[in-house]
Ligand binder design. Sequence first.
Ligand SMILES: Cc1ncc(COP(=O)(O)O)c(C=O)c1O
Length: 375
Amino acid sequence: MKLFDVYPLYNVTPVSAKGIVVTDDKGQEYLDFYGGHAVISIGHSHPHYIKRLKDQLDKIGFYSNAVQNPLQEELAEKLGTLSGCQDYNLFLCNSGAEANENALKMASFETGKSRIVAFKNSFHGRTSAAVAATDNAAINAPINKQQQVTFLSLGDAEGLKRELSKGDVCAVILEAIQGVGGLDEPSTQFYQDIEALCKENSLILIADEVQSGYGRTGKFFGFQHHGIQPDIISIAKGMGNGFPVGGILIHEDIKASHGLLGTTFGGNHLACAASIAVLEVIEEEKLVENAAKIGAYFNEKAKEIPRVKRVKGRGLMLGLEFDFEVGPLRKKMIYEHHLFTGGAKDKYVLRILPALNITEQDIDVFFKALKSALD
Ligand SMILES: Cc1ncc(COP(=O)(O)O)c(C=O)c1O
């Protein structure tokens, strides 16, 4: 059997990784400024993370959600404390798309309505309602197109008012900072308009923090830069530092009932151990603060490079905008400078999504390589 060929692959085969260094099968080291697509939050192979997972595996790796699992409660407690979201309840699942799928489903259950309002250039995953709320026709199959979704421009407060007043919308879903789209973020006023309009029309505001959450933007959640309180928050990527895990934080005003949501694998013992380890390291090493500090340093250093038109994003969820398409630059960075970066739907934006414990020295190495690649 061969693999179903859906990924255009770089010719690199990582076999080990430590911190931000990834080593391939030929012994070549690469610096990881991509974090495996914003997934590596505490660095590759963090010793505390490895120990937690190994210890858990020696005890029990999995049992179904039909029995007590105190690790889920420990995770919920720690996540509530570190994120400042104590008045939410946690539902655990396995990926970002699944988190958004459940968030949208909850919104529909809660309101009895089914139309979704999402934003242009959004990315929310590849499953049913999540992909329908993703602004990319190429990855929506006819079966997905049955969902009712209206896409608005970021900042279109009038459009939002008009759509929400029609009375058939269950949820507004937005990324605090757009990831795949290319690091766009509307004004604080617009976030606050969204929150007010959702309240006024009794519908659910979903913050998709799958990429921007877990400290990446210099606050635990990206929406916290704008002083709003979503009804549901979806999480994944940085949560497990590579272990597949996701979840939604559901405001306690929204009530649970048995059987409403469910999953076989979600919240299993290993996923909880990985997620607790990540939170312990984020707290112990003050990684949210580090993301803010190193992000500011990155912005300063970027000013030294005239070909950078603009730095987008916050903390360590960053984009460098150029006046040329960055595909060839990414290739050059990998093959000649041995450094991973990311691309975006906006082909002029180079994405930088490193582990949150990166240092100023690492940023210096990045800019030295970038300068040389641009020359
Ligand atoms: C903001 C956002 N939401 C959802 C997803 C989907 O996550 P997953 O690939 O884990 O399904 C992604 C993935 O890139 C994302 O960036």
